[in-house]
Design a protein around this ligand. Structure first.
Ligand code: SAJ
Length: 416
């Protein structure tokens, strides 16, 4: 089977690598020339466990190549981003539409077209299907169209793509069956067959469920700071109940999924989706909460503080993914408040970011915004030697203990 995957990002590239590993011939398409050149040399442009070796092997064995333009294939998979439109918070399908248009010149009768990008409910039926019908295809008879949302967690993508259950929602039953067969090539999880709109809404609701739960944890953190209770203890205690799972409060919700997908549902039913919208607003308020508390902590512990060391801009620990990261709003807010802000993130090559020792030199606070493993246990001797004030504000609540002469503030003691 030859597969053409349009979009070689966090989902498209690992998916390409796995199809190639199962013996398919894969062409990975992207609009970025630099990425294409790198990929054809066997170099992955994303940081994800296992991806570098897989792409190198796939290129070496001749199962994978990258291209700026789609090629004839049996199956086309679209894995391009779907941002939201700030005007009305709806799903921006422009990349998906242009990806679909880009395959039209090479599309043939009998092909399978799968949309993996997260899309608002009804998008496959109302927006994507007509693109192919306008070319004369009869969906379900001579072209098979389905939505199969990706559901993998960055950092575990290669493993989850294989083992997670997969929802396959076709326009017709025949579309569903054909698309499900494509995934049977390498998926070990259950392949659940449904219709496109159910697959679309299920995917959006998975991320909305998580976003709403995180909002609840963030609201709890705020309540605890206000009334003087240890939020982390409350979560630990409550989670001892077998049916309770309060999520972790943090500096806000980042990434291309949780921070966006709930809006796709909200935009479809704004009068009804009240909890969904409130959760988004609550999570969006967290950078402000961090900025406010940074000011409060420093006014108690270092009134003439000038320099703050932000540790981590990745939205997720142990990755180089900073999409929609709340860190940037926090950094901008602290700068606007007059602080000198320096950034340390060992997962980024950015020349503006400093290494550990330079970042903490004469600093009044280490502000942890990403849960990278490197931050869980730091060089406290260097912290004692180099920092103006030996103070850590850990908004990810990852540091368990610090030496006596270092002050640790987290969501468990904000009220103190
Ligand atoms: N976060 C919290 N508290 C928590 C959990 C997460 O503040 O208790 C924050 C994280 O720090 C991060 C954001 O939420 O900023 C999102 O991270 P995440 O780990 O929850 O999820 P994503 O966005 O990396 O991946 C999600 C996953 N969806 C679900 O778990 C339901 C993944 O399975 C999806 O494939 C992915 O979205 C996607 O592509 O849609």
């Amino acid at each position: 089977m030859k597969i053409c995957i349009v979009g070689q990002g966090y989902i498209g590239l690992p998916t390409a690598a796995l199809f190639a590993k199962s013996g398919c011939e894969v062409v990975g398409v992207d609009i970025n020339k630099e990425i294409i050149e790198k990929l054809n040399q066997g170099i992955a442009h994303i940081e994800e466990p296992g991806i570098s070796d897989s792409i190198k092997n796939a290129v070496d064995q001749g199962h994978y190549h990258a291209s700026l333009t789609p090629e004839e294939a049996d199956t086309f998979i679209i894995t391009v981003p779907t941002p939201y439109l700030p005007e009305d918070l709806s799903c921006d399908l422009s990349y998906v539409i242009s990806a679909c248009n880009s395959i039209l010149p090479v599309l043939k009768k009998g092909n399978v077209v799968i949309i993996e990008s997260t899309i608002a409910p009804m998008s496959t039926d109302e927006v994507i299907k007509p693109i192919f019908e306008n070319e004369g295809y009869v969906i379900g008879e001579d072209l098979y169209l389905a939505h199969c949302p990706e559901r993998v967690l960055p950092g575990q993508i290669m493993e989850e793509l294989v083992n997670n259950n997969r929802i396959v929602g076709g326009i017709t039953e025949e579309c569903t069956k054909k698309a499900a067969d494509v995934y049977r090539t390498f998926v070990k999880g259950e392949i659940i067959e449904t219709e496109a709109k159910t697959a679309e809404l299920s995917k959006c609701m998975e991320n909305t469920f998580r976003d709403v739960n995180i909002a609840l944890a963030n609201e709890l953190a705020k309540i605890c700071a206000e009334i003087g209770v240890n939020a982390l203890d409350v979560i630990e205690m409550a989670n001892k109940h077998p049916r309770v799972n309060i999520h972790s409060p943090g500096p806000g919700v980042g990434g291309h999924c949780l921070a966006i997908d709930p809006y796709f549902i909200y935009a479809k039913a704004p009068e009804t989706a009240k909890i969904i919208k409130l959760a988004r607003d609550t999570n969006n308020s967290m950078p402000g909460f961090v900025i406010e508390n940074t000011g409060k902590i420093l006014s108690k512990l270092d009134k003439d503080a000038e320099k703050i060391s932000v540790f981590g801009v990745a939205y997720k620990g142990n990755t180089d993914d900073a999409r929609e990261s709340p860190a940037f709003e926090i950094i901008a807010g602290l700068k606007a408040a007059g602080y000198e802000v320096v950034i340390h993130d060992p997962h980024f090559d950015n020349p503006d970011y400093l290494d550990f020792d330079d970042a903490i030199k004469d600093s009044s606070m280490i502000l942890i915004l990403s849960d990278h493993n490197q931050f869980k246990d730091m060089d406290y001797d260097s912290i004692k030697r180099n920092m103006k004030t030996k103070l850590i504000f850990d908004t990810k609540n990852i540091i368990k203990s610090v030496p006596e002469d270092v002050t640790l503030v987290n969501y468990g003691n904000l009220y103190k």
